[in-house]
Write a protein that binds this ligand. Structure first.
Ligand code: FEO
Length: 167
């Protein structure tokens, strides 16, 4: 079943957004490594790998639909964060941006009666709930203790232990 031209264009743009997200989180991992926050660095590097998995999922799906994958230019992320809270805030903002785009593609697939794409996009709709929760809950925790840097160091230590399993 071939896809509507606009839907395909949007799906290729989402593929690019997932690659960009990976690039952004690698940038964040670099930032955290530079300020010696090893736990945050591990979390964001693991997340960068997850984003590549999201991209691969879309890539494979476009091929499965016998359509053309269009690899677009990946922009360099802005990595000038002032502190860890600032960086995690940027992560949450980015996830909200991705959610808006996922919702739009999901809505368009419904309106254009592309049932296979609608079902495919459901995984991403759910995934975005988890992605936003990850960064929102972290931000809530960090905002609460923002006046005491030693607490950020404790969170970093916890993250280092939690994120070791991937490597
Ligand atoms: Fe693939 Fe974090 O959205």
């Amino acid at each position: 079943m071939r896809m509507d031209t606009k839907l395909l264009e949007d799906l290729n743009a989402q593929l690019n957004r997932e690659f960009f997200a990976s690039y952004l989180y690698f940038g964040m991992a670099t930032y955290f490594a530079e300020i010696n926050m090893e736990g945050f660095a591990k979390l964001t590097k693991n997340h960068a790998k997850e984003e590549l998995e999201h991209a691969k999922r879309i890539y494979d799906y476009i091929i499965l639909r016998d359509e053309k994958v269009n690899l677009l230019k990946i922009d360099a992320p802005d990595t000038n964060w002032n502190n860890p809270i600032d960086a995690i805030n940027a992560a949450l903002d980015h996830e909200k941006f991705v959610t808006d785009n996922i919702h739009r593609i999901y809505k368009d697939s419904k309106e254009k009666n592309d049932y296979p794409l609608e079902v495919f996009m459901q995984w991403f709709v759910q995934e975005q709930v988890e992605e936003e929760h990850l960064f929102q809950s972290m931000l809530d925790k960090m905002s609460y203790i923002k006046d005491c840097e030693c607490e950020i160091v404790n969170i970093d230590r916890e993250l280092k232990i939690e994120n070791n399993y991937v490597e």
